[in-house]
Write a protein that binds this ligand. Structure first.
Ligand code: SAH
Length: 474
């Protein structure tokens, strides 16, 4: 086939980034904006040896799951890859992806899709994000605008009401824009990265869904915000406004936040709750963006951990200790390990905030801290929970888990392919996959979270050894 040549194809699958996938005589085509079940006319764009990219020219027969995207700029934005698919079909797609990866990459030939517990979807897959970052710029008439970056460029498409974000975003952005226009002559220009001039870069907005507390942090290319009292006064007209600050970022890079925060109003943080646990969130803190689904995910992790009160548990890749604190409600002792020192500071603060003294946190790589603690201090574990980044667990981490031989491993994953790879490895080393449950944390996008329970097959003999040891002790 040649460039621009047209052909008809049925879309059978979808890639992680939401492109439709169809096959023709074993050759694979990726077609953006096509939905599973569509019969389409496509035009060749680019061809590689085993796969190619085509553009959607016409939907001949639409999929029964095709819906009109709710957001008028869904296509330009690219943040929501699945908006043209109804929500139930999105959930099926995600479950199938996890199932396929576990079978193919995980080598679980006997696994049936019914063996997986039903995916936990959202009641309302819109307006679920508690955090948003909007860049400021100007349109061709010089008017101040805010929205999102178009594709991979830094041109801003004006759009203040992302349907995944909170309704307050729009109101907050209107206040900030009016404030900037009013005092523009005093230096409140939007930042322009081409010449590294202008002051206002981004607005970071966060909300505690359980508490209603709102945070606004204006990222500025400078150390001073002119007329700051006026901005505080305007923002305080909004109910729930708890923390107002500036973040200083004078670097000419793509990184949104700098490291220094200038407090303008309030305690410098907001509080939110997931279940019974309180979390303190400052502008630089990591915090899960969908707290409703996070609660379901962590409750599942807690259930899979099967704690009865006295267990020693390790929470590897613990971030700000969200899972650690959840587990600490039911465990004897929880140890958390995380590579980012700032996150561990937050974790310790959150443990104190909740009066929990049965948690201890380590800064470092899971694959270094765990072997070190195991070899030097002979620490043990009844349960190990892991929640690694997309690349999955480091082999040294997995090898130490196998050596420590906990009864149960609970694997929380944001990437089905690396989950499947690690489940396979643990499977070859004595851990059987017992339970699998997906959770949709990011409706309209291609991402899926999964929790797996792996059980130690050697544990019967372990119990036996332990028992006979204690008999000897007697
Ligand atoms: N469970 C946490 C976040 C998990 S995200 C929560 O819910 O809040 C994965 C975390 O792993 C990130 O915080 C990241 O900083 C951390 N991380 C990445 N590589 C790591 C490593 N090698 N060792 C320990 N932590 C790591």
């Amino acid at each position: 086939m040649k460039k621009n040549e047209e052909f008809v194809i049925t879309i059978e699958d979808m890639s992680q980034d939401g492109s439709g996938i169809g096959k023709q005589d074993g050759y694979i085509w990726f077609v953006k904006d096509a939905v599973i079940g569509d019969v389409i006319r496509a035009g060749v764009m680019k061809m590689k040896k085993n796969y190619g990219f085509a553009r959607l020219i016409e939907v001949i027969t639409p999929s029964e799951h095709r819906v009109l995207p709710r957001c008028p700029v869904a296509r330009q934005c690219g943040g929501c890859q699945l908006q043209t698919m109804d929500y139930q079909a999105q959930l099926r797609f995600k479950e199938r992806k996890v199932y396929n990866d576990l079978c193919r990459i995980g080598g679980l030939k006997d696994l049936k899709q019914e063996d997986m517990e039903p995916i936990m979807g959202m009641e309302e897959p819109w307006r679920y994000r508690n955090k948003a970052q909007f860049p400021f710029g100007t349109d061709k008439n010089g008017r101040i605008i805010t929205g999102f970056y178009a594709g991979r460029t830094h041109a801003i498409i004006e759009h203040e009401d992302c349907l995944l974000g909170i309704e307050e975003n729009k109101k907050i952005l209107e206040i900030i824009k009016a404030f900037m226009e009013e005092y523009r002559a005093d230096g409140l220009e939007p930042y322009d990265e081409r010449n590294h001039k202008g002051l206002i870069r981004h607005a970071l907005i966060r909300k505690g869904f359980a508490t209603g507390e709102l945070m606004v942090c204006l990222v500025i290319n400078g150390r001073r915000l002119p007329h700051r009292e006026e901005l505080v006064k305007l923002l305080l007209t909004l109910p729930g406004m708890t923390s107002i600050s500036c973040n200083i970022n004078t670097e000419n890079t793509n990184v949104i936040l700098g490291t220094e925060v200038l407090n303008l109003y309030g305690p410098g943080y907001i509080i939110d709750k997931i279940g019974d646990i309180k979390y303190r969130i400052s502008p630089l803190s990591f915090y899960q963006v969908n707290p409703g689904q996070t609660k379901k995910l962590y409750q599942t992790a807690l259930e899979f951990a099967g704690l009865t009160g006295g267990e020693t548990v390790w929470d590897l890749y613990c971030g700000i200790g969200t899972i650690s604190l959840f587990l600490a409600q039911k465990a004897g002792k929880v140890y958390g390990v995380e590579i980012i020192p700032q996150a561990i500071e937050d974790a310790r603060t959150n443990a104190r905030l909740n009066d929990m003294d049965n948690v201890e946190f380590f800064v470092g790589k899971a694959e270094e801290v765990l072997p070190e603690q195991y070899e030097k201090n002979h620490i043990a574990a009844d349960v190990i929970v892991v929640d690694p980044p997309r690349k999955g667990c480091d082999p040294r981490c997995l090898d130490t888990i196998i050596k420590m031989s906990p009864e149960r491993v609970v694997y929380v994953s944001c990437d089905p392919a690396t989950l499947a790879r690690d489940v396979k490895y643990l499977g070859e080393n004595g851990y059987e996959l017992k339970r699998i449950r997906c959770c949709d944390m990011f409706g309209q996008s291609g991402h899926v979270e999964t929790v797996c329970l792996l059980s130690n097959q050697k544990s019967k003999s372990n119990t036996h050894v332990k028992l006979s040891l204690s008999m000897d002790d007697c």
